[in-house]
Structure formats: structure tokens, C-alpha cells
Design a binder for this molecule. Structure first.
Ligand SMILES: NC(=O)c1ccc[n+]([C@@H]2O[C@H](COP(=O)([O-])OP(=O)(O)OC[C@H]3O[C@@H](n4cnc5c(N)ncnc54)[C@H](O)[C@@H]3O)[C@@H](O)[C@H]2O)c1
Ligand SMILES: Nc1nc(=O)c(N)c(NC[C@H](O)[C@H](O)[C@H](O)COP(=O)(O)O)[nH]1
Length: 244
């Protein structure tokens, strides 16, 4: 499916929130953008297992413009299993070179590249193969897939985000990452102003209701450098997380 054209004013609006050459090489961490689309009642889907369109076609194009500007696109195992996403870039020349590298946080290796939409796009030369984050060697190695080995905390079974981002930069030369969800990843990373460089949230003019999958961090989060864009049905908020 092709995209509608990018709105003329969006590149200027997004400019200060995109990865830039200045901070790409300076530090051990990649530039990380946290981005997602939510309803007015802070839901990102109608409920567990339901793939839900929130974005208007023009903000969907904006997401692909963001993909164009990042080396990697990270999602959690919940999203990859539910949505079977492609994670390529359809904006611009639509070449594999402008697509980000999919990064899948699936330490239990429940998801398979084989038979996925990502594999279909890779086979057609329209998308890059993924990096799957695992804790030690992969239990099952799949052809074309790379594995980022990142230890987890014994008690929580969670990776340390800073360590993961350092590994992705050091071992895979991923200098910029957009985190596209889902709710579990977003709720953790909204608390990490120390490693998240930009927040870009699309808000659709809809309510998805109480049974929807909610985005709400465990404590209050303040933002800074806020700026808003208004489209046909959606608004976009660009901001940075204030580090308390
Ligand atoms: N509207 C949007 O922009 C948007 C974007 C992405 C996903 N979604 C929706 O979100 C829903 C999925 O969200 P979710 O919260 O169920 O799943 P998720 O994608 O956030 O994945 C959660 C899983 O990721 C793994 N994980 C998370 N943090 C980890 C850590 N620190 N270390 C190791 N593993 C970790 C765990 O396996 C966890 O169960 C789907 O309905 C999807 O359609 C919406
Ligand atoms: N920007 C945005 N607006 C939405 O309305 C919506 N539902 C998502 N959801 C993000 C989620 O990660 C999806 O799984 C991928 O957007 C699918 O990616 P593909 O189009 O298959 O490449 N993102």
C-alpha cells in the first residue's frame, strides 16, 4: 500500500527532534526517539491482540519519514507477535537502503522471522533483516537474523536499556533508534529521560475505551521543549523528557 505525500510543513516541524550528525558520533549511546500513536484516552490499541489504526494517512506517512531518519526501529515481543509488522520505510525512494534495521526485543524467542511480513519484505528486497535481542546464544538460529546478546536482570528478566542501546551501537553500528512500542516498552522508556532523546506522539481524535491497551507510566513525567502540529484529524506532539 502506498503512502499519501508528506505534509509540506512536517520536515521543518520535526527537524529539531530527529537524530543529527552532531550527537551521532560523540557518545557511546545511539540517539533514541520514542514514538507512538495514541487515542485521546491514552490507548494505543483497542485491546490485547487487536491491531488498531489510530493515525490518519498523513501521520502514517510521518511515521515512515521518521523510519527514513533512523538506523534501527525497536519493538517489543507483544507488538511483533500481535501486529506482524513490516517495519520498512515506504517514504522517499522506498529502497531497502532507506529502511531501518528492525530490532525485536524477544528474549524468549517466541517470534519467528520465517513466515513473517518482515521476511516477505526482505525477500522482495524491500526491507532489512532483523536483529533479535536475546540473553545468551539464540536457542534457535534463523537464517539472515542477527542476534544482540544482552544480559537480563535475574529477578525481573528485563534487559538494562542503557546496556542494550550501547550494544546496538557498538556491535551493530546502530547510531539512531526509533522505539515504536508497544505499551510495555513505552511505559518503561517514558521514565528514561537519561537515554531517550526525543518523544514524538501522534494523538488521534478518537477514544478507544477502557479495555484498550493503555500508555501510562508508573509515575508522573514532565516534558520540556514541547511543540505541536495539527493535521486533518490528528495532532503530533514533539518534546523531550525532562530529567528530574
Ligand atoms: N499505536 C501505536 O503506536 C502502537 C505501537 C506499537 C504497538 N502498539 C500496540 O501495542 C500492543 C502491544 O503492546 P504490549 O505492551 O502488549 O507489548 P510490547 O510490544 O510492549 O512488548 C512487551 C514484551 O516485550 C518484552 N520486554 C519489554 N521490556 C523488556 C525489557 N526491559 N527486557 C526484556 N524484555 C522486555 C517482554 O517480553 C514483554 O512482554 C499491540 O496491541 C500493538 O498493536 C501500538
Ligand atoms: N504510527 C502508528 N499509528 C497507528 O495507528 C498504529 N497502530 C501504529 N502502530 C505501530 C505498530 O508498531 C505497528 O505494528 C507498525 O506500525 C506496523 O508496521 P508496518 O506498517 O507493518 O510496517 N503506529
Amino acid at each position: 500500500m502506498s503512502l499519501v505525500p508528506l505534509c509540506d510543513d512536517l520536515p521543518q516541524f520535526l527537524r529539531n527532534y530527529l537524530p543529527n550528525a552532531a550527537n551521532k558520533e560523540r557518545i557511546s549511546l545511539p540517539f533514541v526517539t520514542l514514538t507512538y500513536a495514541q487515542s485521546l484516552d491514552a490507548r494505543i490499541s483497542k485491546g490485547p491482540g487487536i491491531r488498531t489504526t489510530i493515525s490518519h494517512p498523513e501521520t502514517k506517512t510521518m511515521t515512515h519519514y521518521l523510519r527514513y531518519h533512523h538506523d534501527g526501529i525497536l519493538i517489543g515481543s507483544g507488538t511483533v507477535l500481535i501486529d506482524n509488522p513490516g517495519l520498512n520505510c515506504k517514504w522517499g525512494s522506498h529502497s531497502v537502503a532507506s529502511s531501518p534495521r528492525p530490532i525485536i526485543l524477544d528474549i524468549k524467542q517466541k517470534w519467528k522471522f520465517n513466515g513473517s511480513k518482515m521476511q516477505e519484505l526482505f525477500d522482495k528486497g524491500q526491507g532489512k533483516p532483523p536483529i533479535v535481542v536475546v540473553t545468551s546464544g539464540p536457542v534457535m538460529k534463523e537464517e539472515h537474523v542477527d542476534y544482540a546478546i544482552c544480559p537480563v536482570d535475574e529477578a525481573t528478566q528485563q534487559v538494562d536499556w542503557r546496556m542494550l542501546f550501547e550494544i546496538l551501537k557498538e556491535d551493530f553500528n546502530i547510531r539512531s533508534i526509533m522505539v515504536e512500542g508497544g505499551a510495555n516498552l513505552i511505559n518503561q522508556l517514558l521514565l528514561r529521560g537519561d537515554i531517550i532523546n526525543s518523544l514524538i506522539v501522534t494523538i488521534g481524535s478518537t477514544f478507544l475505551g477502557k479495555s484498550g491497551t493503555e500508555v501510562s507510566p508508573t509515575q508522573s513525567v514532565n516534558l520540556k521543549d514541547m511543540t505541536w502540529w495539527k493535521g486533518t484529524t490528528d495532532v503530533i506532539l514533539c518534546a523531550r523528557l525532562a530529567v528530574e
